[in-house]
Ligand binder design. Structure first.
Ligand code: ADP
Ligand code: MG
Ligand code: ZN
Length: 476
């Protein structure tokens, strides 16, 4: 039996207005190389100046994950040559990163809470992009110098599910605190996965393989599972020492396999040294105050939902997993929706339908205002749950969001008037005298039969709660 060991390095693109060391915009540009200047083109003599907004955003992440925000940190040069990095070095933080020792709460395989510890997070500049067209390669430096926060976990994860849970939580947090749009398709949130195995009970870690630059949760899971199998097989075949070595691999999403890219560099290969053009980063009280402006985070929300709103933990976790969903839910409550109904109608009825339509909560055609109108109609007995589902379907099909008008149009109003319901009840009981006698003789199961008959006679329009109440009265 083997234990899987995983550590992740995640690159989060910070959503600052300008790049990390110059005032070029980070916005998407129509034209290649238009968001550039002498600094990010690495022209001789141009000097970098660190972007305060990026530093504050990194600090904010630190406070959000209970990390040490270091008063002084240093920018270092990491030397390597690549065509999309014109300076032949990357500016990063190696010896003294801005953040150390944080933690992130995830679920282990039994569904229990578990912390993944964060070794460090550091600021660094992104490279440009190389584009290959036939025989020609072109370089676009619009992205060069864009600020990244690289978040390095300790090797604390023990399965692909834990790794994905960690990534989802991290993704959620950076979006809650608004330091990144974390758009994975656009590469604003990408990760390197380090995987090793060891026989259960062995103390030392096995040899780790690093899989570079994966930008989807699904691919992370696939890559880990492929890699774990490859390593276990090598172990069982007695060729672990020979075939598993510290290397960098690439994940091919078409084949679902990883393949070797290059041997893993050692730190010494990069000749790290402090960048003489940049002063140490020293955080001021003003920056600390700004960085500490943090909204309520998912873990805190779960606690409040469970303790104050009496919501089930599982539901609270679903709702808070995404900032937009939590916001939507809180809007429902603010407009007076019943908590229990809000949970069900958001997480099951609305989300279920949006999923089928391929929509997310941000582009839900049904606003929180409309859904809370609908919930109010269930809450006060105007319509049944079944009727409310019809209204929801009608709204999505017809792009008509007038709850009252739709209830009228579809004739969904429940009859809650005692007199009207009693009239139906009496008719049903009169038509079933034999069953009434059986009921009175002790066959209590027949109660359900009577409810069914009354509902049927009312063509489903009677308020079931009222029917129950009044039937009980009549039969006692
Ligand atoms: P490097 O700087 O060469 O990338 P690090 O020691 O910084 O190496 O580790 C990088 C990542 O690899 C970290 O996220 C760490 O948790 C993870 N890691 C280290 N050792 C192992 C291992 N044996 N198995 C899996 N992951 C590991
Ligand atoms: Mg590393
Ligand atoms: Zn620039």
């Amino acid at each position: 039996m083997f234990e899987v060991v995983i550590g992740l390095e995640v690159h989060v693109q910070l959503n600052t207005k300008t790049k990390l060391f110059c005032s070029c915009p980070t916005s998407f540009a129509e034209h290649q190389n238009s968001n550039t200047c002498p600094t990010c083109l690495a022209l001789p003599g141009a000097l970098p100046v660190a972007n305060k907004e990026a530093i504050i955003k990194a600090m904010r992440f630190g406070y959000a994950i209970d990390a040490n925000v270091n008063e002084t940190s240093i920018f270092d040069r990491k030397s390597y040559f690549y065509p999309d990095s014109p300076s032949a070095y990357q500016i990063t933080q190696f010896y003294k990163p801005i953040l150390t020792d944080g933690k992130i709460l995830i679920k282990d395989k039994d569904g229990n809470d578990k912390f993944v510890t964060i070794r460090e997070a550091h600021l660094e500049a992104d490279a440009g992009k190389s584009m290959h067209e036939g025989n020609i390669s072109k370089v676009d430096l619009n992205r060069a110098g864009t600020p990244l926060l690289e978040i390095v976990s300790n090797p604390d994860m023990r399965s692909s599910d834990e790794a994905v849970d960690y990534l989802k939580k991290l993704h959620s947090i950076v979006r809650y605190i608004d330091i990144s749009d974390a758009n994975m398709q656009e590469g604003s949130f990408r990760c390197d996965v380090n995987v090793s195995i060891r026989p259960k009970g062995q103390k030392e870690f096995g040899t780790r393989v690093e899989i570079k630059n994966i930008n989807s949760f699904r691919f992370v899971k696939q890559a880990i599972e492929y890699e774990v199998n490859r390593q276990i097989e090598a172990y069982e075949d007695g060729v672990y020492e020979k075939e598993i070595w510290q290397e960098t691999r690439l994940f091919d999403s078409n084949s679902g396999k990883t393949r070797s890219m290059r041997g893993k560099e050692e730190a010494a290969d990069y000749r790290y040294f402090p960048d003489p053009d940049l002063r140490p980063v020293i955080v001021t009280q003003e920056m600390i105050d700004e960085a500490k402006k943090i909204p309520e985070l998912p873990d805190e929300k779960v606690e409040r939902y469970v303790n104050e709103l009496k919501i089930k933990k599982y539901d609270a976790e679903v709702i808070t997993a995404q900032k937009e969903l939590a916001n939507y839910f809180e809007e429902l409550l603010n407009s007076g929706a019943n908590v229990k109904l809000a949970v069900t109608w958001l997480t099951q009825e609305l989300l279920g339908r949006l999923n089928k339509l391929g929509l997310s909560i941000e582009n839900s055609p049904i606003s929180s205002k409309v859904l809370s109108n609908l919930i109010a109609k269930i809450d006060d007995g105007t319509i049944s749950g079944k009727g409310a589902k019809d209204v929801l379907d009608f709204m999505l099909e017809n792009e008509d969001y007038d709850v009252d008008a739709i209830i009228d149009k579809l004739g969904l109003k429940q009859v809650s008037d005692d007199g009207a319901i009693l009239a139906i009840i009496d008719e049903v009981l009169a038509n079933n005298e034999d069953k009434v006698a059986e009921f009175k003789a002790g066959k209590e199961k027949l109660f359900g039969f009577f409810v069914g008959q009354v509902m049927k006679a009312s063509k489903g329009s009677a308020n079931p709660q009222k029917v129950n109440e009044l039937l009980k009265q009549r039969l006692s």
